[in-house]
Design a protein around this ligand. Structure first.
Ligand SMILES: [Zn+2]
Length: 95
């Protein structure tokens, strides 16, 4: 191995070590980002529920019955729809 090759070899070793350090840092950031996103989703859900309970948000939409007490009527409608669907299915099976 020539002197130049030896120096290149050392540089390559340094570069690989540095790369490994960045890889670990990146892995940590990915995990932290993932945890933050999960927490954000949970907080958003809680906030939606609280906003709704306190009457700040009154819009109805698909699955709004999951938002909280202000959508009690929506939940009842959803349950009735499910019950009607089940009855229809049972009647279909009996024929
Ligand atoms: Zn609703």
């Amino acid at each position: 191995m020539t002197e130049t090759e030896r120096k290149l070899d050392l540089l390559l070793g340094d570069a690989l070590a540095e790369n490994e350090t960045y890889r670990k840092a990146n892995e940590h950031l990915v995990n932290a980002t993932s945890a933050a996103l999960a927490e954000n989703a949970l907080l958003k859900k809680r906030l939606t529920y609280q906003d709704d309970r306190e009457g700040w948000v009154g819009t109805h939409g698909p699955e709004c019955w999951t938002f909280g007490p202000r959508h009690y009527e929506c939940a009842i409608r959803h349950i009735n729809d499910m019950a009607r669907g089940a009855i229809k299915k049972i009647r279909g099976l009996q024929k």
